[in-house]
Design a protein around this ligand. Structure first.
Ligand SMILES: NC(=O)C1=CN([C@@H]2O[C@H](COP(=O)(O)OP(=O)(O)OC[C@H]3O[C@@H](n4cnc5c(N)ncnc54)[C@H](OP(=O)(O)O)[C@@H]3O)[C@@H](O)[C@H]2O)C=CC1
Ligand SMILES: CC(=O)C(=O)O
Ligand SMILES: [Mg+2]
Length: 587
């Protein structure tokens, strides 16, 4: 490979090189699929200081002696040559010195912008330690302070100013072969509310998990924030706010901007690009999903990904709490995207298992919102997504009264409001059930409906508990209890990989069920012995490969897969498609 002193040059027109069945760029870019082939093929080779400033190819002190000679790096680096492992050791040592989680977040974002492979190697090898930094809870704080910590754009900002020009904006993004887009409009960031353009931290974080946990190439991932203003008064008043300083646009203007975006995406990247909607407010989320699910490959993580991960946890938990799925009674606090999405997928699975109509199965599931239990007498005033859950019952105002009246075996928190599972509520669950299943899903940690310690101590250690954001193990009366993390991060990376590798053109509910079963199957006896209903994140790449394989198999079965012929061994194929962060040899 030739290189020039003056930074970079376009060489080797029309040359292609192949790695592992996919198409590789000159530095060994991993596993682009056949569809992504772009001709004529232009290889741009960076050298010298340009190479050191190119995060996709920079290796820092890991450039070997011969690479330093070949790429004009002599003198630009100190003499020591480190292995990638030694670089990791140094970085983990440095990261552990920071006491403030946000400092760790910023150090990791700096690394991502400096040396991408090292960032992903670090994240993959230390996933349990670093997930709470790049993801919930720290990403929540990062979004709240995004304006002050903003250094370099990590995704595309598409605001009302870009109306009529969105296709051009997409073309400004340096990568052309995009497979997954995560898009937010910042209106419901975790349980923190409207953070406007500062919500960008969420698509960036989710996509770094697509790569680290699901193996989708970083260059195939595009984070997008649609900025239609914000109703957050503090942001509107803040001179450092990075977004449009106006109240949110709604109605036709909002719909038109989203529509222009969706059309531009399809035109620029084709119909097999996956668009993941993330952290939209529910008054837009359900509508957008319904509107685009028949014309685009779309997935709403908060409605569908969360449903799939919670169903997986409940299926696994049956081994600990007993009975069949349809013999359980569910009560949700929170009847929005997460709550109604989960409820519907559980009802669908019950209906498949029992062959009973889904309407019958819904009756085993109760939801409460900010006004109390959802009951028939409230039907008129309910939003459309709550109506299927309006069962016959007298009005009930509080959660405690609802628990006493419904006698649930499973209590799910999807309200976005912290500490709403009070001592009375949890103790009542414990008085009704030998092993109450309690899922406090709301993020970040401050919004969790209860803590792990509360769940275990208020149930005398009998609760089977998982939460959206991680909690440390709890000591209670001489015994250690390890809480699980019920977070859609278990599902979306593998789910997306399954769609991409099969060339799926649409998402189908049966794929969500397939993902749930694939995840539930990964919970081992050892995990159950600890009371866990999810496997540890340390195995996540293997878990994602299994989820991807079962999702792809379902896509083929449903005739929704366009990548033919179907690979014989889908798990192996999924593994072979996964991005590896190990440095390439550039000699
Ligand atoms: N663990 C995970 O993987 C995931 C977790 N989540 C978390 O779930 C939470 C909710 O998200 P989402 O469903 O999208 O949000 P929504 O805004 O769509 O829904 C929130 C629901 O909670 C209800 N609610 C709000 N305050 C109260 C209260 N004090 N008492 C009872 N109900 C209340 C709302 O009632 P009303 O309709 O009356 O306003 C609404 O029904 C967030 O914290 C989010 O981070 C979301 C996705 C995935
Ligand atoms: C996890 C997630 O998607 C949320 O809290 O919104
Ligand atoms: Mg979300």
């Amino acid at each position: 490979m030739a290189s020039t002193r003056n930074g970079s040059s376009a060489l080797d027109m029309g040359k292609k090189s192949t790695v592992g069945g996919g198409v590789a760029d000159v530095y060994g870019e991993d596993h682009a699929t056949e569809d992504q082939l772009v001709t004529p093929w232009t290889v741009t080779v960076a050298s010298g200081s340009t190479l050191l400033r190119d995060p996709r190819h920079n290796k820092g002190l890991a450039f070997s002696e011969s690479e330093r000679d070949a790429h004009y790096l002599r003198g630009l680096l100190p003499p020591a040559c480190f292995t990638q492992e030694l670089q990791e050791k140094k970085l983990m040592h440095n990261l552990r010195q920071y006491e403030v989680p946000l400092q760790r977040y910023m150090a990791l974002m700096d690394l991502q912008e400096r040396n991408e492979r090292l960032f992903y190697k670090l994240l993959i090898d230390n996933v349990e330690e670093l997930l709470p930094v790049v993801y919930t809870p720290t990403v929540g704080e990062a979004c709240q302070k995004y304006g002050s910590i903003f250094r370099r754009p990590q995704g595309l900002f598409i605001s009302l100013k870009e109306k009529g020009k969105i296709l051009e904006v997409l073309k400004n993004w340096p990568e052309k072969n995009i497979q997954v887009i995560v898009v937010t409009d910042g209106e419901r960031i975790l349980g923190l509310g409207d953070l406007g353009a500062q919500g960008m931290g969420i698509p960036v974080g989710k996509l770094s998990l697509y790569t680290a946990l699901g193996g989708v190439r970083p260059s195939a991932c595009l984070p997008v924030t649609i900025d239609v203003g914000t109703n957050n008064e503090n942001l509107l008043k803040n001179e450092f706010y990075i977004g449009l300083k106006q109240r949110r646009t709604t109605g036709q203007e909002y719909a038109d901007l989203l529509d222009e975006f969706m059309h531009a995406v399809k035109k620029n990247y084709g119909e097999k690009v996956l668009v993941q909607f993330e952290d939209f407010a529910n008054h837009n989320a359900f509508h957008l999903l319904a509107k685009y699910s028949s014309s685009h490959l779309v997935f709403n993580d908060d409605i569908q990904g969360t449903a799939s991960v919670v169903l997986a946890g409940v299926i696994a938990a049956l081994k600990l709490v007993g009975r069949t799925l349809s013999e359980h009674t569910f009560l949700f606090l929170g009847a929005g995207e997460a709550g109604t999405g989960i409820a519907e997928l559980i009802a669908l699975e019950m209906s498949k298992q029992t062959k009973a109509p889904i309407e019958e199965m819904r009756k085993k599931i109760w939801l409460a919102d900010s006004k109390g239990l959802i009951v028939k007498s409230r039907m008129e005033s309910l939003q459309h997504f709550k109506k299927p859950w309006a069962h016959e019952h007298e009005p009930v105002k509080t959660l405690l009264e609802a628990v006493k009246a419904i006698k649930p075996t499973v209590l799910v928190g999807s309200s976005g409001v912290g500490r709403t599972f009070t001592k009375d509520v949890v103790e009542t669950m414990a008085s009704l059930n030998e092993k109450p299943l309690i899922l406090a899903l709301s993020n970040p940690t401050s919004q969790s409906e209860c803590t792990a310690e509360e769940a275990y101590s208020w149930t005398e250690g009998r609760a089977v508990f998982a939460s959206g954001s991680p909690f440390e193990p709890v000591e209670y009366e001489g015994k250690t209890y390890t809480p699980g993390q019920a977070n859609n991060a278990y599902i979306f990376p593998g789910f997306g990989l399954g769609l991409v590798m099969s060339g799926a053109i649409r998402v189908h509910d049966d794929m969500l069920l397939a993902a749930s079963h694939a995840l539930a199957k990964q919970v081992t006896d050892k995990n159950f012995e600890k009371g866990l209903i999810y496997p540890p994140f340390s195995n996540i790449r293997k878990i994602s490969a299994n989820i991807a394989a079962d999702v792809a198999a379902k896509a083929y079965e449903l005739g929704l897969a366009s990548r033919l012929p179907q690979p014989a061994d889908l798990v192996k194929y999924a593994e072979s498609c996964m991005y590896s962060p190990i440095y390439r040899d550039y000699r």
